[in-house]
Design a protein. Sequence first.
Length: 259
Amino acid sequence: MQKTRITIWNEFRHEKTQPEIAAIYPEGLHRAIGKGIAADDFEITYASLDEEEHGLPDEVLNNTDVLLWWGHCAHFEVRDEIVAKVLKRVHEGMGLIVLHSGHLSKIFRQVTGCSCTLKWREEAERERLWNIAPTHPITQGIGEYFEIPHEEMYGEYFDIPKDGNIIFIGHFEGGNVFRSGVTFERGYGKIFYFQPGHESYPVYYQEEVLKVISNAIRWAKPVFFKELECPRTPAIDKIYSENTGPVTGIVQNADGTAK
Ligand code: ZN
């Protein structure tokens, strides 16, 4: 069996600086997620912001099928050249799962091309997540809805692209609603944004949350890796139209530079 190679990236700052967060996630929330989703077909590694190259050197990125991303207070510290490499890898086929406050990460904003802003409130509200994509691989085993006893409220308007496929609608005790699970495709890569996971509640120990993340990993797993190109291509069939002018086609690489 070919295992899915998963890298769980965590900013890993709250757990080091706030004892109340460390009490919930003593080894970091990335390791709690990793333990929670452990399966025979998963090979899990961990990476975090303060490691060399944020724990994402080429040998790690080139051996990752699906990258999970949790960040919050230090998005701006993530180096642009690392973000560019992650984006390129997504375009080549790597799956990307962006969790909770990762909505404002550089990688999610670049992958979506949007501000990804939203409303928020930290009042330990109950969230009910409605499964509005019952046939989607990500919702299998979840049922019509599930509830998280205490979660940070994320509310609309959420500035994300309109081509997102909505998987879950979150409804919060205080009245707000939110697109709590949305998929995108960019290049050859699949992307899933999943809202649950505020650091001061034990959300990543909850069975349904871990199930959704596991399903999302299996869904986002690449079919293949391939560099995106912008090639000049020969005709398949004979062209009978008369060519009356000079050939003016400018041939470019996928990134816009001249060949
Ligand atoms: Zn939060």
